[in-house]
Design a protein around this ligand. Structure first.
Ligand SMILES: Cc1cc2ncn([C@H]3O[C@H](COP(=O)(O)O)[C@@H](O)[C@H]3O)c2cc1C
Ligand SMILES: O=C(O)c1cccnc1
Length: 338
């Protein structure tokens, strides 16, 4: 299996050779669960999450000890079309806020003991407005994938990738339309708070982007290149790197899931190492999760991004593994079985 890539062709090769979980570790974890001091099934989905995690880590009694959150930021040429409630300079301003520790994701990463790194990807050089042509050239696209790939700490044992990029719910909607069809309106949501006529206009921009970039239709990596942004491509690069390292991944909201959807279309099963952290309030997120066959862990009406919903779900996964690996068995505790 390749451990690095320098071209799109090599990235595709990696996608075609993704590792699988260790079935023996997953089965041993399920067998251990059956001996723990609780009524069978009483930890609900935590039991399933623990066995899944143990399978990916290759250890029947794994724990989450070094979670990582990575936030990627990028600017979008499509903001020229007036698709966000906020101006494009907010992307860079929020990067400064992340660096100063003042954003929501700073608080959540700290609360749940995750390392946080922030990668601003050429903010002074926005992607091309995708209603005029592809957002990125192939070399820009490969560069962004690589930035994501390189940002993953090989020593981490749980990953959340998040994003900051004014205009990126328009990108995520266009990617979804290109990959899964239907009406642009059904994939287009409020983002930072677009409503009424502005929302209808946003949907026409989404439709035009897909019309102009015909090669993106039903093509995961072309959709990511033509309609994505640097931060969306970097999230995808990080997701694939995590898979090659057998690091379980938690998806965040609509934009993060759109990045995942590109990989899913490019290589079915590419997201087997991922759980959906939450379902966001962005209108089309539930539909995208259904297509990926991912049941969200949390549903809190959040619509922030930054990896925030994923970071909250980290606490659930950590809790699942703390119970699984820390609990006594009936025999150890001298508790009578049913
Ligand atoms: C202050 C602020 C902080 C944010 N943190 C995440 N987003 C979120 O909103 C943006 C997407 O929405 P749209 O497509 O409508 O521009 C992304 O940057 C996303 O991460 C933010 C947005 C704002 C304004
Ligand atoms: O679903 C998300 O992550 C989201 C929704 C709106 C704005 N930013 C992010």
């Amino acid at each position: 299996m390749r451990q690095d890539f320098t071209s799109l062709a090599e990235f595709i090769e990696i996608l075609q050779e993704l590792p699988s979980p260790r079935v023996s570790a997953r089965e041993a974890a399920a067998a251990r669960d059956a001996c723990l001091t609780k009524p069978p099934g009483s930890l609900g989905r935590l039991e399933e999450i623990a066995a899944w995690y143990c399978g990916w880590r290759g250890h029947e009694r794994a724990r989450v000890e070094k979670p990582q959150v990575i936030v990627f930021a990028g600017n979008h040429g499509v903001t020229a079309q007036g698709v966000s409630a906020f101006p494009a300079e907010v992307t860079g301003q929020m990067v400064a806020n992340f660096e100063a520790g003042g954003a929501a994701i700073n608080q959540l990463a700290e609360t749940f003991g995750a390392g946080l790194s922030v990668h601003a990807l050429g903010l002074e050089n926005p992607t091309r407005d995708f209603t005029q042509g592809p957002a990125m050239s192939e070399s820009e696209f490969v560069d962004a994938l690589m930035k994501g790939w390189q940002a993953v700490d090989s020593k981490s044992d749980l990953l959340v990738v998040g994003e900051m990029g004014i205009g990126n719910t328009t990108s995520a909607a266009a990617i979804s339309l290109a990959l899964f069809g239907g009406e642009a309106e059904a994939w287009t949501g409020a983002g930072t708070g677009v409503a009424g006529e502005a929302l209808a206009h946003k949907a026409t921009v989404v439709a035009r982007g897909v019309e102009v970039n015909k090669s993106s239709q039903n093509n995961g990596l072309e959709a990511l290149r033509c309609l994505g942004g640097r931060e969306i491509a970097a999230m995808a690069g990080a997701m694939v790197r995590a898979r090659t390292l057998r690091i379980p991944l938690i998806l965040d909201g609509f934009i993060c899931t759109a990045a995942a959807a590109c990989l899913h279309v490019a290589q079915p099963g590419a997201l087997d190492h991922a759980l959906a952290g939450h379902v966001s309030a962005e209108a089309a997120h539930p539909k995208l999760l259904k297509i990926l066959n991912k049941e969200p862990i949390l549903s809190l009406g959040m619509r922030l991004g930054e990896g925030s919903g994923g970071a909250l779900a980290m606490a659930v996964v950590k809790g699942a593994l703390a119970c699984h690996s820390g609990m006594a068995t009936f025999a150890e505790a001298g508790v009578s079985e049913a």
